[in-house]
Write a protein that binds this ligand. Structure first.
Ligand code: ADP
Ligand code: MG
Length: 722
């Protein structure tokens, strides 16, 4: 019987691009067709109801029962006209995926399609299976989903998806979205307060997020022939191909026709949902790609990112592709990230992180938000680190092709000079701040030029012209976690800043001088996180330690940052999480981690014992016959004998190490109660001690054993054959 690997290789020779036609030459003809956007609302709601809803979207005001009822009726008419039969509350539990429970519009009693305002606003999914870190005891396993009107309702297939938050019966936040919304509220308030120094017309802000999403695509038959990919999302074995990414010829190379058709189709689907996709390109590693929609309001952008991941996966299947969102599906190749581009934009349309300067006041306005962001990272960078911790991302952070686990900021030489000047010139006049900018001509250089001339890809948190780019976020992550954290720490920072400046002003200092003097001190205090050099270098690790920056490389320990007294106070002060919620979340994340490592350990044992060793022994048996035959004939059999010996030694390593791994895993499962201790033990004593040793032996076997009998698709096959 041919192995799945052989079948996959055969199937591949028949693969052709699946041609995709654009619905129209103009994107505007179908953009947003599958989402209940402004246009759809205008078309289906009375002017009064429309006004109330758009007000609620803009200001976060409550929608009353009567309005919800009217929206429900507008929605069902819009949706059924598009062939929609079911609806679901779409939410983001802490599992990392999104969840849905579909209900039919069809009302059996009346025999017609029906929808109610109460169903739009609130649902009670059977939530006992979602992680909650012990907040809901099983006898009271109730959780509620509540409509988030600020994120457009959308259609997937024949289902209407209503974005919702997910809370427990007693009101605790159990999801990513709810937490993000609370942090956004906090940063909105803190930012508006500080903006008053510069512009009284600012009364609200929008946090912007643009995510660049990286992923790998492989033929789906290879995927199904790799149980490790299926179960854990990454290859647990696999020798490096002769041609890796050394040539970097994949990057910005032309996109293969099969992939191009797939990209075309998912872009069409995304555009129909109102997701503004623009850029597409190959990434550094073979088989790796990226898509980057235009930035949007953070809550919408985060929802759109999740929707897009879902679309990419579904459309991939139509093109016989399996999309891998894991941070490190292939050892030795670049991992995948999700760069979170972030800035703050006022209701008056000003990007607070855009240094394009008109006058001196503008220079100070920009510097205020720029320097405060740096100080937020200097003060609470550890929380940022914790917010992106996951089993998958551990393979990226600190590995030498991804930003390190040390959170530092790259700001470019121009801004570094300016901050130095601000720090050193005791009585820096505002004029000179502006002059400095004029001299640099930042106002004349378009952002793109600033971007490309002043870039440092090794920085985890980089200023890129008019926004900060948090690059250490993992490709599989929900943006909600890092964005909740970043907005929260900036909110806290701005609150402190305001208090300090107000203090000086009430003591008689002029406003501009007060601002400058606080900023000047912040620059000194933030310098430790500013780093312009190669973030991947060993020197930086040493230097960072000297500066007192933490470098926590594994998830279980990084998560500790979330439950320090300082963190608890911070989350509580801004109404994001109370202590119970924070502890619960910590617990869930630890459990997620342990579950992932546990699955990987199980898969390693399973594959090694049930697939790798049997294939190896079969091949070895043939060699033994071969050696005997040669000997009988009096022919030199030393090459065969030494191969047998090599195989025997490697196989013995695999066998003994797997046995030890299984025993250690069982010990941890049986003996360790605390989730933190268990996660650390799995990290250090299972993953740390055995994963690499076993892998090394298996990968060496792969290079010795006859290609024809090797059971698992090889890297070169998965990555290069199209
Ligand atoms: P690169 O690969 O060079 O980092 P891309 O063009 O692929 O850049 O992605 C940049 C992302 O940053 C896009 O999603 C873009 O919309 C987003 N972006 C641009 N300006 C802002 C801003 N002010 N706030 C947030 N995101 C922004
Ligand atoms: Mg980027």
């Amino acid at each position: 019987m041919a192995s799945l690997r052989q079948k996959a290789l055969e199937a591949l020779t028949e693969r052709k691009p699946v041609k995709v036609e654009f619905p129209s030459n103009k994107v505007s003809d179908y953009f947003g067709d599958n989402c209940y956007n402004d246009k759809a609302m205008r078309g289906t709601l009375s002017p009064t109801v429309y006004k109330k809803v758009s007000q609620a979207i803009k200001t976060g005001s409550k929608i009353n029962e009567e309005t919800a009822e009217a929206v429900a009726q507008g929605l069902i008419s819009w949706a059924t006209a598009k062939g929609v039969t079911h609806f679901t509350h779409w939410f983001q539990p802490l599992t990392g995926a999104t969840a849905e429970k579909h209900d039919s519009f069809f009302d059996a009693l009346s025999g017609i399609e029906k929808f109610k305002g109460s169903l739009l606003v609130q649902q009670e999914p059977d939530a006992s299976s979602f992680p909650n870190g012990g907040i809901r005891s099983t006898f009271e396993a109730r959780g509620y989903t509540g409509w988030d009107p600020s994120s457009p309702i959308f259609i997937v297939g024949t289902t209407l998806c209503i974005p919702t938050i997910f809370v427990s019966y007693t009101g605790e936040t159990l999801d990513y979205k709810g937490a993000l919304l609370k942090a956004v509220e906090a940063v909105d308030k803190a930012t508006v307060d500080v903006c008053q120094y510069f512009d009284e017309n600012v009364n609200s802000i929008s946090v912007s997020l643009g995510c660049e999403q990286e992923y790998f695509a492989i033929d789906q038959d290879f995927y199904h022939a790799r149980p490790d990919l299926v179960m854990s999302g990454r290859t647990l074995f696999g020798a490096a191909p002769a041609r890796g990414q050394q040539l970097d010829d994949h990057y910005f190379g032309s996109i293969q026709p099969r992939i191009l058709e797939f990209m075309k189709e998912f872009e069409i689907e995304a555009l129909k949902l109102g997701i503004p996709v623009t850029t597409r390109h190959n990434e550094v590693a073979p088989g790796q790609f990226e898509v980057a929609p235009l930035f949007e309001e953070v809550n919408v952008a985060s929802d759109h990112n999740l929707q897009m991941m879902d679309i990419i996966e579904r459309v991939g299947a139509k093109h016989n592709l399996k999309i891998l969102f894991h941070e490190k599906p292939f050892a030795g190749l670049n991992g995948s990230g999700k760069h979170n581009n972030w800035s703050l934009i006022t209701n008056t349309g000003r990007n607070l992180l855009d240094p394009k300067l008109g006058n001196q006041k503008d220079a100070l306005y920009f510097l205020t938000f720029f320097v405060n962001t740096l100080r937020a990272v200097a003060e609470n960078g550890d929380l940022l680190r914790a917010s992106i911790a996951s089993a998958g991302n551990d393979h990226r952070l600190g590995a030498n092709e991804a930003p390190p686990a040390i959170v530092s900021c790259f700001i470019g030489s121009q801004l570094t000079e300016l901050l130095n000047e601000l720090e050193n010139t005791g009585d820096l006049k505002i004029e000179s701040v502006a002059d400095e900018f004029m001299k640099l001509g930042i106002d004349k250089i378009p952002n793109l030029t600033l971007d490309t001339t002043d870039r440092n890809r090794t920085s985890p948190f980089a200023f890129t012209g008019n926004k900060f780019e948090y690059r250490a976020v993992g490709s599989g992550a929900n943006c909600g976690s890092p964005m909740m954290t970043l907005n929260l720490i900036v909110a806290e920072q701005l609150k402190q800043f305001k208090a300090e400046v107000d203090g000086l002003i009430s003591g008689g200092t002029a406003k501009e001088s007060a601002i400058l003097s606080v900023l000047k001190r912040y620059v000194s205090e933030s310098k430790k996180v500013c780093f312009e050099g190669d973030g991947y270098s060993d020197e930086w690790v040493v230097e960072a330690e000297k500066r007192g920056l933490s470098n926590v490389k594994d998830t279980p320990r990084a998560l500790d940052f979330f439950v320090t007294d300082k963190a608890k106070k911070l989350f509580a002060d801004h109404g994001v999480f109370n202590e119970r919620e924070l502890e619960a979340r910590h617990e869930v994340w630890l459990e997620n981690y342990s579950m992932k490592i546990g699955i990987e350990a199980g898969m390693i044992a399973d594959l090694a014992l049930n697939q790798i060793l049997p294939a190896v022994f079969k091949y070895q048996g043939g060699l033994v016959q071969e050696a005997k035959g040669l000997k009988e004939l009096g022919i030199d059999n030393s090459a065969v004998v030494s191969t047998i010996e090599e195989i025997a030694a490697l196989a013995a390593t695999v066998k003994t190490q797997v046995t030890a791994l299984v025993a250690e895993k069982a010990r941890i499962d049986n003996e360790i109660e605390s989730s933190r201790e268990a996660a650390i033990a799995l990290c250090d004593d299972v993953k740390g001690k055995y994963f690499d040793v076993i892998r090394e032996a298996v990968d060496s076997l792969e290079l010795i054993v006859d290609d024809a009998v090797w059971p698992l698709p090889k890297y070169r096959e998965m990555l290069f054959i199209r």
